[in-house]
Design a binder for this molecule. Structure first.
Ligand SMILES: Cc1cc2nc3c(=O)[nH]c(=O)nc-3n(C[C@H](O)[C@H](O)[C@H](O)COP(=O)(O)OP(=O)(O)OC[C@H]3O[C@@H](n4cnc5c(N)ncnc54)[C@H](O)[C@@H]3O)c2cc1C
Length: 240
């Protein structure tokens, strides 16, 4: 297998056209490749500047999970810090987690940030939404969002090999005209549900409005976790 390490977008585009398969830290693909055979070419983005950004409003796909620190909003930092073990976080990448993993702990966090994905294909780079990236497994360069007023992340305790732990991500965003919106995303099993609602109306009305969405069909215990997280973030942001 030839490992390509592009340092520019044009180089990455060339390798993509040659059929190079994206690889992050290989924490998932290595075992698959050993079993099914290695691709002729793989491409890591670890030398590509655009894929290594860690900023208040941007995170590159080649960034390792243990490098995701308080330069990014709380919700993303905390999501990354709960993935797997320290050894996994020192090797696995943001791109591998969002596009390649089935658990995708980073996805609910990115959804509540209303993040947009920057992807590369044979025609160049473009922006798209995260559901499109996950469904079509585009080559992800990174994600961008607007800094929220506040954000939060909760992951239930899980057992190794058991059902994926329930996750609730929340963020409050200010619109241009000063109005605020709450974004909530949960991972229930392997399914991710994401909803948004205005949040100037008071906690009870916000909770009722969320109950009328798909979040209202969650099991009672999960709904309680959502209520707790939503109440906490609204308490923290009221009057700020
Ligand atoms: C012990 C263990 C515990 C784990 N626990 C958790 C957990 O709690 N939560 C969780 O979310 N995950 C968990 N994972 C999964 C972990 O998040 C993934 O292993 C990791 O994120 C994959 O990252 P990687 O960079 O190693 O991807 P790789 O193994 O390199 O690639 C995985 C897939 O993603 C594709 N890919 C990689 N980068 C890109 C890119 N930039 N654009 C498009 N496609 C790309 C590859 O082509 C491949 O198909 C766990 C894994 C292990 C081994």
């Amino acid at each position: 297998m030839l490992l390509r390490l592009p340092t520019s977008l044009s180089e990455a585009q060339r390798y993509l056209a040659e059929g190079a398969v994206p690889v992050g830290g290989a924490t998932l693909v290595w075992a698959l490749w050993q079993r099914d055979g290695f691709p002729e070419q793989a491409m890591s983005l670890r030398k590509l500047p655009q894929a290594n950004l860690i900023e208040r409003e941007a995170l590159g796909a080649a960034v390792l999970l243990h490098q995701v620190d308080d330069r990014v909003p709380d919700v993303l930092r905390r999501a990354a810090s709960t993935v797997g073990t320290g050894a996994v976080r020192r090797t696995a990448t943001v791109g591998g987690n969002i596009v390649g993993s089935t658990l995708r702990c980073l996805l609910p966090a990115a959804l509540v940030l209303d993040a947009r994905a920057t992807v590369l294909d044979r025609d160049g780079t473009y922006e798209t939404d995260l559901t499109d990236v996950v469904a079509k497994r585009h080559l992800l360069l990174g994600i961008r969002w607007r800094d929220p007023v506040a954000s939060g992340y909760y992951k239930a305790a899980g057992e190794a090999g058991g059902r994926p732990p329930f996750v609730v991500a929340t963020a409050v965003h200010a619109d241009g005209d000063g109005a605020r919106r709450l974004f909530v995303a949960v991972r229930d099993g392997y399914e991710v549900i994401s909803e948004t609602t205005p949040c100037h109306t008071g906690v009870e009305q916000v909770l009722q409005s969320l109950d009328r969405t798909d979040l209202g069909s969650l099991p009672a215990e999960a709904r309680d976790e959502v209520r707790r997280e939503v109440t906490a973030i609204l308490d923290r942001t009221t009057g700020s």
